[in-house]
Write a protein that binds this ligand. Structure first.
Ligand SMILES: Cc1cc2nc3c(=O)[nH]c(=O)nc-3n(C[C@H](O)[C@H](O)[C@H](O)COP(=O)(O)O)c2cc1C
Length: 136
């Protein structure tokens, strides 16, 4: 238990001290993997990354740039029948917004499991987007 608490504290401190945070987030069953949820549970901490003020919750992590590389087996765009099942990017946007992150960037590889052609196109597009990220 003690070791677990220390590991959680270390994850929080690593996040608090970072200027830029890069995450990988594949879609598992329409949302984030449980390992990523466990990390989020250690960094979304009252008094550290958010607080409750007179006007409700207020994020305290606005000093960071967060880049998230996401991959999805299928397609979940607004114009697709699967749109309502998209709880990966939408969740991460809400969660990072809650703790005050405004410099939030997503790189997406979609349709990874649809077939080799889609997979190649998605990976090439994501790689190009990563190459074009601004340095600061
Ligand atoms: C357990 C599991 C659940 C998945 N669930 C979904 C899903 O709900 N929707 C989807 O589009 N793709 C789903 N996929 C496909 C992954 O999002 C996709 O293949 C991703 O690139 C996997 O990344 P990884 O190899 O880093 O785990 C799932 C894959 C796994 C292994």
């Amino acid at each position: 238990m003690q070791q677990d608490l220390l590991a959680g504290q270390a994850a929080l401190e690593e996040f608090l001290s970072a200027d830029i945070v890069v995450l990988g987030a594949p879609m598992y069953n329409f949302t984030i993997p449980s390992q990523l949820k466990a990390w989020i549970d250690r960094i979304v901490v009252a008094g550290k990354t958010f607080t409750y003020g007179a006007n409700g919750p207020q994020g305290l992590a606005g000093n960071k740039r967060v880049i998230v590389a996401i991959s999805r087996g299928g397609f979940y765009g607004a114009d697709t029948p699967m749109a309502a099942l998209e709880h990966l990017e939408t969740y991460l946007r809400s969660m990072f917004g809650f703790i005050g992150v405004t410099r939030l960037e997503f790189i997406s590889a979609d349709g990874i499991q649809v077939g080799p052609e889609h997979r190649e196109k998605a990976l090439a597009g994501a790689l190009e987007a990563a190459t074009n990220l601004h340095a600061a």
